[in-house]
Ligand binder design. Structure first.
Ligand code: HEM
Length: 422
């Protein structure tokens, strides 16, 4: 059995940068490797430190193996133990986890996905095009007029939050709540947000649920044309979302609809600044916007991994996987697999084809992919003529997370004259 160190299991390993060297080293000898379980310390409810050693898992780092496992949900289940790296602690927690779309298998998954997918189909996204453009233009105009700004806070975080607030039909002023909730849940391991404190996580959950329930009750009585009205009032096969399912889906949207797109935008702008020859190609040719958008998604792969659990003894990438084993799909590693991407560590705005797995693949393929693509290409399109003047004025501060590939801040300004390409 090939053995990997636990260096890809803990959030701190991703703090300096995604450990691509380690992923490359692993992938060189196969697409699937055993990772020993890390020992994690968290602060518990009473403030005491709780140390747990997780039993270890299979890390899938090859593209072909990630696709194969994703397309075989019967063997690689999202529901058995959920789709997140950490195991649910109790049967109650597992039952709650399974109310969330990403943590379901067929047939619940297909029925629930049909219930919510109308909100994200091509028609729904086309309807948002104009407002996304208007909002993006406002956000971009503000940073262009400023003396200095934060690429993350003032630009990359703003647009997805405004779009999400409109999509959910909540006042735009409440987008600060959306930001706080998603930081408290996704940024849980980061000392600036949750710092691994379980109490922060629980309190955030409770607050977001209370808000969602109030909103759902209101939209049941007074439906509008927003996503929440659609979610609480539509039926598939005579079924509606339960309150619990609605709240879980609400949180999924709050996180999926804002963190991911934010990290793609900020990481994409950082990549363009660090690759001036690629930036200049994009500036010279607006026809490259679609391929540049896909390359940003591949390069960053904002959600680095999701987890599955084997439902039977099986084989993947030449490894014997046991019934009940944890299997973690590292999209972030698959997206640098040289078997699929020529010169995978080169950032190329004209890369085509680009079969990246940033949105996953198979039955759980991201519902918000069209919306995210539209937001990213709209911002890149608006900024394109100004990119040569974008000067970074400080280092990027990374999020401490083994799940999201994100940065927390990146100071920048627009100079008066184009920066000389170095
Ligand atoms: C760059 C932006 C985004 C990235 C990288 C991303 C990534 C992903 C990935 C990898 C999955 C697969 C989960 C799995 O296989 O278990 C997923 C699922 C999902 N995403 Fe996204 N996402 C993005 C934006 C969005 C947006 C904007 C929304 C909605 C507003 C959204 C909503 C969802 C939902 C609802 C699912 C669950 C689908 C299912 O389980 O059937 N995502 N996303």
């Amino acid at each position: 059995m090939s053995q990997a160190t636990a260096s890809i299991a803990v959030a701190a390993a991703f703090l300096p940068a995604v450990p691509h060297d380690e992923f490359d080293r692993l992938r060189a000898t196969g697409g699937v490797h055993w990772v020993d379980g890390p020992t994690l310390s968290r602060r518990g409810r009473d403030g005491d430190t709780v140390t747990t050693t997780s039993p270890g898992y299979w890390a899938v780092v090859g593209h072909a193996e990630t696709v194969a496992a994703s397309k075989d949900p019967g063997t690689f289940s999202s529901a058995t133990m959920g789709a997140f790296l950490s195991d649910p602690r109790t049967p109650e927690q597992l039952a709650r986890t399974r109310q969330l779309l990403v943590n379901m298998d067929a047939p619940e998954h297909s029925t629930t996905r049909r219930l919510v997918s109308a909100a994200f189909g091509p028609r729904a996204v086309r309807a948002l095009r104009e407002s996304v453009h208007t909002n993006a233009a406002e956000v971009v105009a503000r940073v262009l007029a400023s003396d200095g700004f934060d690429v993350v806070g003032d630009l990359a975080a703003e647009l997805p939050l405004i779009v999400l607030a409109d999509l959910l039909g909540i006042p735009r002023a409440d987008r600060s709540l959306l930001l706080r909730w998603s930081n408290g849940l996704v940024g849980f391991d980061d000392p600036e947000f949750g710092g691994g404190d379980v109490r922060v996580y629980r309190d955030t959950f409770a607050e977001a649920f209370a808000y969602a329930l109030q909103l759902a009750a209101h939209r049941r009585r007074h439906p509008t044309d927003d996503v929440v009205s659609l979610l609480v009032n539509s039926e598939v096969d005579g079924r509606r979302l339960t309150d619990e399912q609605f709240c879980q889906f609400w949180l999924l949207l709050v996180i999926a609809g804002n963190e991911t797109t934010r990290h793609a935008l900020s990481g994409g702008l950082l990549a363009l600044a660090e690759h001036p020859e690629q930036r200049d190609r994009l500036v010279a040719d607006p026809g490259l916007l679609p391929t540049a958008t896909e390359e940003v998604l591949r390069w960053i792969t904002p959600i680095m991994q999701f987890r599955r659990t084997a439902t039977a003894d099986t084989e993947l990438g030449g490894q014997r996987i046991g019934d009940g084993d944890k299997v973690v799909l590292y999209y972030v590693a698959a997206d640098r697999d040289p078997a699929v991407f020529a010169d995978p560590h080169a950032f190329r705005v004209d890369r085509a084809p680009n079969q990246h797995l940033a949105f996953g693949v198979g039955p759980h393929f991201c519902l918000g992919a069209a919306l995210a693509r539209m937001e990213i290409s709209t911002v890149l399109g608006l900024l394109r003529p100004h990119l040569p003047r974008l000067a970074l004025t400080g280092p990027a501060r990374r999020l401490e997370s083994n799940f999201m590939n994100g940065i927390k801040s990146l100071p920048a300004r627009f100079t008066d004259r184009p920066e000389a390409a170095d």
